[in-house]
Design a protein around this ligand. Sequence first.
Ligand code: ATP
Ligand code: MG
Length: 218
Amino acid sequence: MIISFANVKGGSGKTTSSALLISGLTERGYRVAVLDCDPLLTLHDWCSTAWPERLTSARADKPADISRHLEAFKRQADFIIVDLSAATDVMNALTFALSDFVVVPMQGSAVDARGAIHTLNLLKLVEDNRRMVIKSSVLLTRLNPMVLTNSAKHVSQVISKQNIPFLDAAILERSAYRDMFTKMASLFSAEDPRIHNLDKARRDILCLTDAVERRLAG
Ligand SMILES: Nc1ncnc2c1ncn2[C@@H]1O[C@H](COP(=O)(O)OP(=O)(O)OP(=O)(O)O)[C@@H](O)[C@H]1O
Ligand SMILES: [Mg+2]
């Protein structure tokens, strides 16, 4: 299964969401491979440090790298996670054509929603050209656990009106999700008591993983 994370809007939560799903799938015992298309290579570095033995990861700098790596990964992984970078329509379109599921992470803001809609329009173009349907979901990220802000409500309505399905889980704003990149570790192996709400973060990661599995099965 190839799952790609895309939103042409920078900072919408692609890399964080990818890392959370990678953690959940690995915790569930799946073999996971990762393709990092972001020149900063945050996810590739995190994977290499957090799971040097168990997880295969590679970087894709140019369009030709994508199919080459994905073909090789298919033989060795149950799930392949692709973290796309912002504003690269060619890399996005090529990856969509090879994906089983496209996740569009989006913060509850109108700016992120514009990026999400642009990304989903690009996906539609790929679907029309290939005459096939590619599963996709919007994933709300950085939600405030205390209150659903007006802009998050508004954006949810805008997306729902377009008949775009939301994933049946959202990602809360959690300092633990930043700490995993500070420590370059999985939240399932980090036992640092200074990581705030670690148990809740782990529970939410598994909920996200279950929601993705349900969406893939449905
Ligand atoms: N759920 C969250 N809780 C706390 N911080 C978060 C969360 N999601 C993202 N962040 C923070 O927001 C910033 C942007 O997130 P991230 O890097 O995941 O976005 P991105 O879409 O991958 O960005 P880019 O387009 O630059 O690749 C980072 O500093 C990250 O640590
Ligand atoms: Mg990123």
